[in-house]
Ligand binder design. Structure first.
Ligand code: AMP
Ligand code: GLY
Length: 414
């Protein structure tokens, strides 16, 4: 099988490692990729959101499967264009990707499908914003309605900050605060059948102890030893299948990766958000534990044959990934700093670039993800932090507490 992978971040490097390890993959091409992905794929420099360029490349390389990593090409309709050419593609249509592309659309689908989620109002005027904030009280949750790379959400007790964010965004969704630990559940689906991957947990805030602003994600681990028994089955029944049924009913079936972001509240799991693609950095840990060949699984979803795909196999043990971020991330990250110590297994490239004279430098906010597995969370943590400590990047920062509370048995359910 020839596989074309679109994207250039840590998620795509993790996907590339999984795809390249599938014995049925004879060639992996990535566009545009990054220096880490280049170790397992042939890179082609096209814009992954340019549908015509992607279709032309898929035809040229004889792709049997196109895998779309990031959300922007999905929302731009790249999957539709590839599918129209008759090439199997892992990634939802533009219409189905609105589950991620518009928070208001996602709420509409959840309401229609009776999926448990936070109560919410879509607001545009300052009066609507004030009324919604009054209704829910603090802590306030204000979400930019459009795509915002995980950074469009402000959760704050500061009323003025909540109003400021709403004014800056223009159109927002304001919702009830959901108290409880968060879970990211990835579901591979062909629109009808759905296969859950292992639940993972992400760390959204920049600082230790969940302090500071939200980021795209500072680390992750899997599995989650503290989740209630039956959680995945419950989420499949209460969230995933009703959502997929509603999308089919509307004539816009969702096929690809449904990312269900949940809070485990006192009233059970409730949806915080849907994404239309693999999460980053959760993908790095989930795929580190997946033993089933990845390309075969994604191709089954792309060709409507998931119902006959064999059950997934997982390694025992745990995986942890720690993001090494550049100076000043998540504000305006500094780039162009030299990176050393990254040429070791387990270092996943996110925002890196090779200079003309062959040096590896930072090229984004999240630069590397140090990813390791171990017999348990403690062992995986130790190995991941040993990788982090072997990397140098001037001004970089990372969290020291990824998976710590779970490893110490300190996560409690409300
Ligand atoms: P989102 O982009 O919707 O995933 O939001 C980013 C982060 O903000 C989530 O991972 C949560 O940590 C937090 N968040 C979003 N919505 C809520 C909510 N209704 N209640 C509590 N926290 C939330
Ligand atoms: N890890 C959060 C996201 O991918 O949106």
């Amino acid at each position: 099988m020839r596989v074309l992978l679109l994207g250039s971040g840590g998620r795509e490097h993790a996907l590339a490692l999984g795809l390249a390890a599938d014995p049925n993959v004879e060639q992996l091409i990535a566009a545009p990729g990054n220096p880490g992905i280049a170790t397992v794929a042939d890179l082609r420099d096209i814009d992954p959101a340019d549908a015509q360029a992607v279709v032309a490349l898929a035809v040229e390389v004889g792709a049997d499967l196109v895998v779309i990593g990031p959300e922007a090409p999905l929302v731009a309709g790249v999957a539709d264009a590839v599918r129209a050419k008759g090439i199997p593609v892992f990634g939802p249509s533009a219409e189905a990707a609105q589950l991620e592309g518009s928070k208001a659309f996602a709420k509409e689908i959840m309401t229609a499908a009776k999926v448990p989620t936070a109560r919410a109002y879509a607001c545009t005027t300052p009066e609507e914003v004030a009324a919604a904030l009054d209704d829910f009280g603090a802590p306030y949750v204000v979400k930019n309605d459009g795509l915002a790379a995980g950074k469009g959400v402000v959760v704050t007790a500061d009323r003025a900050a909540a109003e400021r964010h709403a004014a800056e965004c223009g159109r927002v969704v304001i919702e009830e605060y959901l108290a409880g630990p968060e879970v990211s559940l990835f579901v591979v689906t062909d629109g009808q059948s759905a296969v859950p991957l292992l639940p993972a947990q992400d760390f959204k805030r920049v600082g230790d102890g969940d302090t500071g602003p939200n980021t795209g994600g500072m680390g992750a681990y899997a599995p989650l030893p503290w989740t209630p028994p039956g959680l995945v089955a419950q989420v499949m029944t209460e969230v995933v299948h009703p959502t997929l049924a509603e999308m089919r009913r509307r004539g816009t079936p969702f096929a690809g990766l449904l990312y269900v972001g949940l809070a485990i509240t006192a009233d059970g799991p409730k949806v915080i958000e849907f994404n239309a693609r693999f999460g980053d950095p959760e993908t790095q840990v989930v795929l580190a534990l997946l033993e089933t060949p990845l390309a075969g699984l994604l191709r089954a979803a792309a060709t409507g044959t998931l119902a006959v795909h064999p059950p997934l196999r997982w390694s025992a043990g745990a995986a942890v990934t720690v993001v090494v971020a550049s100076a000043n991330y998540p504000a305006t990250p500094r780039t162009g700093d030299e990176i050393t110590g990254a040429e070791v297994p387990g270092i996943i490239h996110a925002g890196t670039r090779e200079t003309d004279d062959g040096r590896l430098v930072s090229a984004g906010g999240r630069v590397l993800c140090a990813t390791a597995t171990g017999a348990d969370l403690n062992a995986a943590r130790e190995a991941a932090y040993a990788l982090v400590d072997g990397v140098t990047l001037d001004g970089s920062h990372h969290r020291r507490d990824i998976a710590l509370a779970a490893a110490e048995g300190r996560i409690t359910l409300p």
